[in-house]
Design a protein around this ligand. Structure first.
Ligand code: AMP
Ligand code: MN
Ligand code: MN
Length: 321
């Protein structure tokens, strides 16, 4: 079908917006920012995610409206920060959405282009940046609410404007959002400097499991640890980002076992090392320096397979450089 996001949005009345499972700050910020903008255009919107909004992002306006059980019928679906349709989880399959067009808004190099329209820009630091460009095309005037949500996405995915893909364009996008009233210092403080005590306790448990194998540092999170710490979120509490700060490591991995037995594998790499191909090999996706996938199996078995694949990838990348 030869259509545009503008045309699909202008024809739609009731729009379902969905971000990826285990949402991060870009997923939630893009979801909320896009939702507020569409409401400003007079559209009815339902904002959905298969998992709860992490407490870190509860400060964002509208975060309490995100549901894991959207009801009713929709004439348009917009996915945010999801590289394939499985990545939005059961929220999508729980509804009969056959024949409903999809606008796929994302920035993952591994995006498979599953939408009716695909707004995928791998040069963008964040999906929030892609949303901002779309809002310009739609002629939506930014306000403080939209801008704060989108800045939350940029700040999270660039880790405070520190990742190698933080371009002039990303900085300009942030300035545009600040001009519209987004409070950079507050957003940065919320994203990086505030966390529930349960998260600190989970780190204490998980850090006991840390091992270094060659260039790879890894740790595990189990459902028992989460329970013991009162940690209700399903994510890794930022542990992979912390592990990759170890000088001795080129690659960091967190094996995060979920209540249903599945293991979410989150990987990070130092600049110059790429873990996205290994994520794809295991059915996931991501970026060169941050990628992941979800897999069935026991912790020791999954660990062995993943570490072997990462060692192999690391050796190949170091051979050719
Ligand atoms: P995380 O370690 O969960 O923060 O994820 C790091 C990066 O990998 C993010 O860009 C995610 O979008 C991507 N990613 C993580 N898990 C998956 C998955 N199961 N499928 C596709 N991409 C994933
Ligand atoms: Mn994300
Ligand atoms: Mn993102």
């Amino acid at each position: 079908m030869n259509t545009t996001p503008e045309a699909l949005i202008s024809e739609a009345q009731r729009i379902l917006l969905i971000c990826h499972v285990n949402p991060d700050g870009d997923a939630i910020g893009s979801l909320l920012g896009m939702g507020w903008a569409l409401r400003k255009m007079g559209k009815q919107c339902v904002l959905a995610c298969s998992d709860p909004v992490p407490p870190t992002y509860h400060y964002l306006p509208g975060s309490e409206t995100v549901t894991s059980e959207p009801q009713g019928s929709f004439d348009l679906v917009i996915t945010l920060d999801a590289s394939d349709l499985r990545r939005v989880g059961p929220v999508y399959t729980s509804l009969d959405l056959s024949g409903v067009p999809i606008i796929n808004i994302d920035h993952h190099i591994t995006n498979v282009g599953f939408g009716t329209v695909n707004l995928v820009d791998p040069q963008a630091t964040s999906t929030a940046e892609v949303v901002l460009a779309l809002l310009r095309r739609l002629g939506v005037e930014l306000d403080q609410t939209i801008a704060t949500c989108l800045l939350n996405g940029i700040v999270t995915d660039t880790r405070g404007f520190s990742t190698p893909n933080t371009t002039r364009r990303a900085m300009e996008a942030a300035i545009t959002l600040m001009d519209a009233g987004a409070p950079l210092a507050k957003v940065t403080d919320q994203v990086f400097n505030r966390r529930p005590l349960a998260e600190v306790r989970l780190w204490a448990e998980a850090l006991r499991t840390v091992r270094l194998e060659g260039p790879i540092i890894w740790a595990e999170i189990t459902p028992a640890m989460r329970l013991a710490c009162g940690f209700t979120d399903s994510g890794d509490a930022g542990l992979a980002n912390f592990l990759i700060t170890a000088n001795e490591a080129d690659i960091a991995v967190v094996f995060n076992q979920q209540a249903d037995g599945k293991i979410d594998v989150g990987m990070r790499a130092v600049p110059g090392v790429d873990v996205s191909a290994v994520a794809l090999e295991f059915g996931g996706g991501g970026h060169p320096q941050a990628a992941g996938f979800s897999i069935n199996g026991s912790l020791p078995e999954v660990r062995e397979r993943v570490i072997a694949a990462l060692k192999q990838a690391w050796l190949e990348q170091n051979d050719s450089s």
